[in-house]
Design a protein around this ligand. Structure first.
Ligand SMILES: *Cc1c(COP(=O)(O)O)cnc(C)c1O
Ligand code: SF4
Length: 481
């Protein structure tokens, strides 16, 4: 197994908390079965912990001792942003579902019954109708290439099969079917060869993005098996390799004290030396994740290899729906030599109601935060929805010819012709996603809809795909890691 060593051991922290933060060198994971034993949780009312256990039966839960001891401010729980980011909360399930799951879990129901009930709720939490596109999975001679996704002309996403977990899980993550063991929805590749072969036939691709899960849960030697073949392959069109990861936030030791940290940094250096650029697409949700000495050391070491660090995260109610938090985070990123890149809008899966922020509100947060930072931090784009036709940014609210409208624009699109074209929707302060917006000025549809229909109809592979695959496509539309 190349996954991080997951030593589940809560008892060694059961004594009085030490006055100074512990230096975490060994990765210690906490999962659902540890909830009753995490010392910091014992301060919460018993019913709260029971509710957390019930929610964790439905939504995947994983955190680690570094997150628990150094990132969460336990005096502010339950409102603490990192607690909301990583721990299951009762509001994530419908009251009836919660009651039922608490009954089963507390009543000591057999694991199989808990699992069966959980699965029912999971399928309901994934509310997508089957009408979404499946245009992203590339094929070779008509055979779908699993583990890859090619939605935008210049960039291929690659999901290493061994990178399908994370050092901790974000409670809002849309990848949860992968973690919750809905195996049909797993999407992975074992073969770097497949990737190289695909790139050889696709000279339009300039960038490969390794994503997951978190590719940096892999040991450096395993990651090397995926990355190295791209370096010597003679792919003149390839300009950059990106790795999406939340390790700089959840386990920065990966770059500093892990036994193969140096090996990882050497691999980054080799990518740069080969003439490609390496970007670490770091998922940071809150400034606190950048404040620890080990996180700062991690960024310094990564930058020391010549790699670039670009930062992105979704805007999440209760975690970071706060302009001051974003401004502070972008300032810290710039100070540490990283580049603020994207603010995403939370997508419509999982416990969405708990986390979602209306688009207008998201834009207000973005704008207010942007106004508080220097131009060096204004490289960040957002709030951006990774929707079926592409990445759509909310440029803002405007009054045009006596009408209040939302100005929108494609940052990235299925059809490159759509990129950069402004379009307008009727003002709607409650809308949380593109599909809830209506075209402004009495137009019947948005300019891209006829083209999207054509793409959809042309996709025979889509029509033939079983329902579960179509759902999967929705889950893989975008990446935060
Ligand atoms: C965001 C995204 C990319 C990368 O887009 P860039 O504009 O190159 O950063 C690639 N594929 C998918 C599916 C994406 O959501
Ligand atoms: S958002 Fe990224 S780090 Fe968080 S659980 Fe999902 S894949 Fe893992």
């Amino acid at each position: 197994m190349d996954a991080p060593r997951s030593v589940t051991r809560a008892t060694d922290t059961a004594n009085a908390p030490s006055p100074r933060p512990r230096v975490h060198r060994e990765y210690v994971a906490y999962t659902r079965k540890d909830l009753g034993r995490i010392p910091q949780l014992q301060r919460l009312p018993r019913e709260e912990v029971a509710a957390m256990e019930a929610v964790a039966a439905v939504l995947p839960f994983r955190t680690n001792a570094y997150v628990v001891e150094e990132l969460i401010d336990w005096s502010r729980v339950p409102d603490d942003p990192i607690f909301q980011l990583t721990f299951p909360q009762r509001g994530m399930l419908d009251p009836q579902d919660l009651e039922r799951m608490v009954g089963l879990v507390r009543g000591g129901a057999p694991a199989a019954r808990v699992k069966e009930a959980a699965r029912e709720v999971q399928l309901r939490l994934n509310p997508h109708p089957a009408g979404q596109l499946q245009l992203n999975v590339p094929d070779r001679d008509g055979q779908p290439l699993r583990g890859m996704q090619h939605k935008y002309r210049e960039t291929v996403l690659f999901f290493p099969s061994q990178g399908q977990t994370c050092h901790a899980y974000c409670t809002y993550c849309f990848r949860w079917p992968q973690f919750a063991g809905l195996d049909d929805m797993r999407f992975a590749s074992r073969e770097a060869d497949t990737l190289v072969a695909y790139l050889e036939r696709h000279p339009e691709v300039t960038s490969v993005l390794f994503t997951g899960g978190d590719p940096l849960v892999m040991k450096s030697a395993v990651l090397r098996r995926y990355v190295e073949p791209l370096l010597g392959a003679g792919l003149p069109h390839l300009a950059s390799i990106r790795i999406g990861s939340k390790a700089p936030a959840y386990w920065p030791q990966r770059f500093v004290t892990d036994p193969d940290a140096d090996d990882l940094l050497r691999l980054f250096e080799e990518v740069e030396a080969s003439g490609l650029s390496l970007s670490l697409m770091a998922h940071f949700s809150h400034p606190r994740e950048l404040e620890t000495p080990v996180a700062q050391a991690a960024l310094r070491r990564i930058r020391g290899t010549g790699a670039t660090v670009r930062c992105q995260a979704p805007l999440i109610r209760r975690v970071n729906d706060d302009a001051l938090a974003w401004a502070e985070m972008w300032r810290l990123q710039v100070r540490l030599g990283a580049v603020p890149y994207y603010m995403f809008v939370e997508r419509d899966t999982g416990p969405r109601g708990y986390f979602e922020v209306p688009l207008v509100r998201a834009w207000e947060v973005y704008r207010e935060a942007l106004g508080r930072v220097s131009g060096l931090a204004r490289t960040v784009r957002g709030p951006s929805m990774s929707a079926t036709p592409g990445k759509v940014v909310v440029d803002g609210v405007a009054d045009v010819a006596g009408r209040r409208v939302l100005a929108l624009r494609f940052l990235q699109a299925r059809d490159p012709e759509w990129v950069g074209r402004p379009f307008f929707a009727e003002y709607d302060p409650r809308a949380t996603w593109l599909d809830q917006l209506r075209p402004a000025f009495g137009e019947g549809e948005f300019f891209f809809e006829p083209g999207l229909r054509a793409l959809r109809q042309g996709s025979a592979a889509w029509k033939a795909a079983p329902i579960v695959r179509r759902r999967l496509a929705v889950h893989l539309e975008s990446e935060w890691n």
